[in-house]
Design a binder for this molecule. Structure first.
Ligand SMILES: O=C(O)[C@H](O)[C@@H](O)[C@H](O)[C@H](O)COP(=O)(O)O
Length: 252
């Protein structure tokens, strides 16, 4: 039986402090992973998350980047998480395009095939190196929605009980656009580190629900990396205003 990790919550006065500390955290994770295993594999979400990564712009580039979830729209569409990450991050840092793992939109008419193809992309990156049942990302960066969803794992949806697949698809996402692919809980919970980022007063109530009453089982509260995985929250003070769980001072 695996034991799971308790969250560490860092709350910052401003989003720029948050962004600077998040950049330090990511670069330290990168260094540790490269020292240990010669590679750094990260998955990122969409929404407001990529813009919190801008403090990374002047630092050295991260390595293999996957998407924790992606919307099924062209890669240059305003709704694409890849486009968002490209505009805020990749267009400013030298990251070889082969290291950025996008979905294959030639398969967009069959989401099962598209999700399988993305899973195969993960298998190519992970399976030969770690013979584990699930891939071990060095870091997964996630946001949360006002309903407690994370990645494209929504409250009450059947994908919450997906225990087998690495990548799943959804055609009825309550947050538009409706067609998406997402990493599943077992993948997220096998990561070496999961960091949530949430800012603004609009996230205050749901952050309280997720952190103070995890037993409700909101999707974001089901993210509990198996030991020795680490679970960290980077939030700003308006977002953490209702949280009772103790916050910690940021330190690396
Ligand atoms: O592609 C997406 O829609 C996401 O990956 C999603 O899970 C997002 O991270 C949250 O909805 C938070 O979005 P905001 O940061 O924009 O509130």
């Amino acid at each position: 039986m695996y034991t799971s990790t308790q969250p560490i919550v860092y709350s910052f006065q401003s989003t720029s402090n948050l962004s600077d500390s998040l950049a330090e955290y990511i670069l330290k994770a990168q260094k540790e992973s490269i020292d240990k295993r010669g590679r750094f594999t990260i998955a990122i979400s969409g929404g407001s998350l990529p813009k919190t990564l801008t403090a990374l712009i002047k630092k050295s580039g991260v390595k293999h980047i996957f998407y924790a979830d992606e919307r099924i729209v062209p890669l240059d569409h305003e709704d694409s998480n890849h486009k968002l990450a490209y505009d805020t991050l990749y267009s400013h840092v030298p990251i070889p395009s082969d290291n950025i793992h996008t979905i294959d939109l030639s398969l967009q008419n069959d989401l099962e095939e598209l999700a399988d193809a993305y899973e195969k992309e993960l298998i190519r990156e992970f399976a030969q190196k770690d013979s584990a049942r699930f891939p071990v990302f060095d870091l997964i960066l996630l946001g949360i929605g006002p309903d407690g969803h994370t990645a494209s794992l929504f409250p009450g949806h059947e994908l919450l009980s997906e225990n087998d697949r690495w990548v799943a698809f959804i055609e009825d996402s309550p947050k538009p656009p409706p067609r998406r692919v997402t990493l599943t809980f077992p993948v997220i919970n096998h990561a070496a580190r999961v960091a949530f980022v949430a800012t603004g007063v609009g996230k205050a109530q749901i952050l309280h629900d997720i952190l103070d009453t995890p037993e409700i089982g909101l999707p974001a509260a089901r993210v509990r990396p198996v030991a020795p995985g680490q679970l960290v929250w980077f939030v700003d003070d308006p977002a953490s205003a209702e949280v009772k769980l103790a916050t910690s001072d940021f330190k690396l």
